[in-house]
Write a protein that binds this ligand. Structure first.
Ligand code: F3S
Length: 399
């Protein structure tokens, strides 16, 4: 792998041990994946922020990188943490956990990382443009950046994303290269898609299908006519969760699709497939639900406005988390949506989400509109789940 003189200097430790370690990680990755060189990246999104996932070993690694002079060389944002940094007592997060989580965030802050704590950084300033090379972790955001925005990133892990932040580089392989962005399977959708659970179910059907074929192929998806920012972020979260998909093309919707055209191998997905996927994600009876959450991925301002309209003048009957980023929450505050939602008894869980917060054992069953949240609610926390439409969920919350 060719390294420039500047990269060789980093590897020799001329910019300190954190940058040296980072370049070692990236060079090793590059060798494993056959990269010929490094490329500069314009932004980084780091995942693995919750102390619940990092533990003591992860925190020690971050502290070591900060103490070793690590400083972000490019604009770098953070995935959700394990708690709302301001409102954590109301969410039942212990002081001991909060202290450890604060240490994690302090280490990132010392390295010049913007501690926004959200999986939707593209909603508030970390918005890459078409063709831009970036190094993002967080599978839903990676899929959104690659597919919807046409930026270029692999699915980074926590250490490789931090390494990219501290050097401003990533090895040139995978989805950074044109040849790996070509579609390999044409997926024709014949079912109508109306709300986030439909898009989530579609992501699960395609993802499961790619998994059973054991091939990493970029799907080229036709037949999707109704789309919105909210639908696409939900779809990205789901197809990345169930299929490990980091890139798809949708003609008329994603920017590279029309130039590439559909591949010859084709499969069709219909209404029955979506219904089966939704049934798979619904294991709880209505009366078992003791926890509701909206905001996986983190909510847009438009979604929060929809929640405020649905809850105005009503009272929720169970624990109900509204998860979003702090910048979007700030806008909701100013618009008066926060007051309406909190008046109804729902709780904002800003900076965090129902998956990365330490809530194992606290609830029996989660109701959500997110296929991804259903998957992890069971896989990580052992909760039963109900996948509901956005409006059904709001009705359920006040039932
Ligand atoms: Fe985001 Fe948490 Fe869902 S990180 S995509 S809200 S699991």
């Amino acid at each position: 792998m060719h390294l420039t003189p500047a990269e060789q200097a980093l590897l020799a430790g001329e910019s300190g041990p954190a940058a040296q370690k980072s370049l070692q990680i990236l060079a090793t990755l590059g060798r494993i994946y056959g990269a010929e060189r490094m490329i500069p990246v314009r932004s980084v999104q780091i995942a693995g922020v919750s102390y619940d996932n990092l533990g003591e070993a992860g925190l020690a690694w971050l502290a070591e990188m900060a103490a070793g002079g690590g400083r972000a060389q490019v604009f770098t944002t953070l995935n959700p943490a394990g708690m709302d940094v301001e409102n954590y007592p109301a969410l039942g997060i212990s002081e001991a956990f909060a202290e450890n989580q604060r240490c994690v965030l302090a280490a990132f802050e010392a390295m010049g990382v913007v501690t926004t704590c959200s999986c939707t950084p593209y909603l508030f300033g970390n918005l890459p443009h078409f063709g831009e090379h970036i190094a993002w972790a967080e599978s839903s955001a990676v899929c959104f950046a690659n597919s919807v925005l046409g930026a270029r990133t692999n699915r980074e892990g926590g250490p490789s994303a931090l390494a990219a932040a501290l050097t401003g580089r990533t090895p040139a392989y995978g989805y950074h290269l044109d040849e790996n962005r070509r579609p390999g399977l044409h997926v024709q959708v014949t079912a109508p898609l109306t709300d986030t659970p439909d898009f989530g179910a579609l992501g699960k059907v395609i993802g499961d299908l790619l998994q059973t074929r054991s091939v990493e192929r970029v799907p080229y998806i036709t037949g999707v006519h109704e789309d919105s920012l909210e639908h696409l972020k939900s779809f990205c979260a789901s197809i990345a969760t169930f299929g490990g998909v980091a890139l798809f093309h949708m003609p008329g919707i994603t920017p590279e699709a029309d130039a590439l055209g559909p591949p010859s191998e084709k499969i069709t997905i219909g209404q029955r497939d979506l219904e089966a996927a939704k049934a798979d994600l619904t294991s709880a009876e209505p009366d078992e639900v003791d926890f509701l959450s909206l905001g996986c991925p983190h909510l847009t301002l438009g979604e929060i406005e929809r929640i405020a309209r649905g809850l105005q003048g009503k009272q929720v009957t169970r624990e109900f988390w509204i998860t979003t980023s702090r910048p979007v929450k700030g806008m909701a505050d100013r618009m008066g949506y926060t007051a309406i939602i909190e008046e109804a008894g729902a709780k904002f869980a800003t900076d965090t989400c129902c998956v990365v917060a330490p809530i194992k054992g606290r609830f029996t069953a989660l109701a959500t509109d997110s296929a991804k949240a259903c998957y992890y609610a069971y896989a990580k926390n052992g909760f039963k789940t109900r996948l509901l439409d956005f409006d059904e969920l709001l009705a359920e919350a006040v039932r």
